[in-house]
Unconditional design. Structure first.
Length: 116
């Protein structure tokens, strides 16, 4: 599914593992979601390229092999500094259902930002 200029590919959904979901997020240079917070933990592993993550007040560039943990409720964002991919593991069972619903909203629309 395509959302906020990135592609999200679910690998393991809530149907397969009720406590976690796994997916790959791929993006081109300059793309990523705006600042937002979610009610579940997220852990990202950068697979390819470099990704800038902002978590709380911290901002850092991460390269392939790096892990980034985002606690539930923490305001965060990320942006691909070059074409790349991350593996994302979410706690809970709602992330991909939410992403699927948001994927129907056109890129750059105000409802997307309000929903996140």
């Amino acid at each position: 599914m395509h959302l906020a200029g990135i592609d999200i590919m679910p690998l393991v959904s809530a149907d397969q593992a009720p406590d976690y979901e796994f997916g790959v997020i791929a993006g081109e240079e300059g793309y990523g979601p705006p600042p937002h917070s979610l009610p579940w933990d997220e852990t990202y592993c950068v697979l390819r390229g470099e990704v800038v993550f902002g978590v709380g007040r911290d901002e850092q560039v991460f390269a392939a092999g790096a892990l980034v943990r985002v606690p539930a409720g923490e305001r965060h964002w990320f942006r691909f500094d070059q074409p790349g991919e991350t593996l994302v593991v979410t706690g809970g069972h709602c992330a991909f259902a939410m992403f699927t619903g948001l994927a129907d909203v056109p890129d750059g629309s105000v409802p997307l930002l309000r929903t996140i």
